[in-house]
Design a protein around this ligand. Sequence first.
Ligand SMILES: *Cc1c(COP(=O)(O)O)cnc(C)c1O
Length: 389
Amino acid sequence: MIPSILPTYNRTPVSFESGEGSWLIADDGARYLDLGGGIAVNSLGHANPILVEALTEQAGKLWHTSNLYGIPNQQALADMLVDLTFADTVFFANSGTETCELAVKMTRKYFHDKGQPERVEIIAFEGSFHGRSAAGIAAAGSEKLTAGFGPLLPGFTQVPLGDTDAVRAAINENTAAIIVEPVIGEGGIIPLPDVHIRELREICDEHGLLLILDEVQCGVGRSGKLFAHEWAGITPDIMMVAKGIGGGFPLGCLLATEEAASGMVAGTHGSTYGGNPLGCAVGLAVLKTVSDPAFLEDVNRKAGLLRQRLEGLVAAHPDVFESVRGSGLMLGLVCKAPNTDVLKTCYDAELLVVPAAENTLRILPPLTISDDEIGEAVSRLETAAISVN
Ligand SMILES: *Cc1c(COP(=O)(O)O)cnc(C)c1O
């Protein structure tokens, strides 16, 4: 008999009742140290007082009016994102994959309005992830995401990750854009070299293509910069943001230059809940906190500490771990033992990590994790490593 929840998830048999910073408290009272952060979502930890206050204050005033009217929090968040980034304009959605839908629509409309409606092809990378919508699975293209769901939305082609020559070879007169995660998330925490990201920007400029960056997982301070592409010193034309910007409240943002967004006039796109007062109140509080240079400096310091400790862990347990990779507080432990076995012993040590492709475990702690908690996390990983056999 089918369960009352559609069985599309592989769930671990544990449920949580409350959270405090980097900790999750299970219904039996056990305290788990959370290095998963709700898959890079709880950027400021659980039940962060700043976010609780922002949400409850707004909740007492107004929840929803629709985009038929002005929404002051949405305006303030858009202005702040425009101030802090390459973007001239922002569309608000509720999730990452919705921003992928708009990125694709915006790209098509851009070339349509330029009188080149045949330019609809978007080059994406093998092993990438852009969400579970029709556009998202067609973009990523992997069998795992697409099997059984055809016919897929046309207009996407995938090339091997990091292969600049393959990108060049894939370009033809119908190419419109390149979509890429600066740090691959689901695909196994693989940071793309800065030089490769700069090459993609150059290729886009050369051929008049739009560069779409998917920073849904690596954005909002996770990499140690407000957005990961800043490390490469380039800017995109379109950027997808979600996960960390809402700190746990559903919020997605599609950022764009005025040029890329030029076709998106009144009536061309919309969302009932997108940019609602609650989500934008939380988003504003997250962005104010994370964009503080002192906050980002501390993320980088802690990232260095955690990375060094993880390198030590890998060296001490070469039978369990192979290497550490990533950017900032978006780290991957590449495992030698099956990552699902290590995941299991981590649960036993009351430590939460997230599996990813390529036999990797993702370490995505709240950006507010303390030095002591980093020490505790590594000591629990040590315990977990010893119990794997
Ligand atoms: C999670 C994720 C998405 C999809 O976001 P949802 O909010 O689950 O729709 C898209 N791209 C990347 C890189 C992601 O990590």
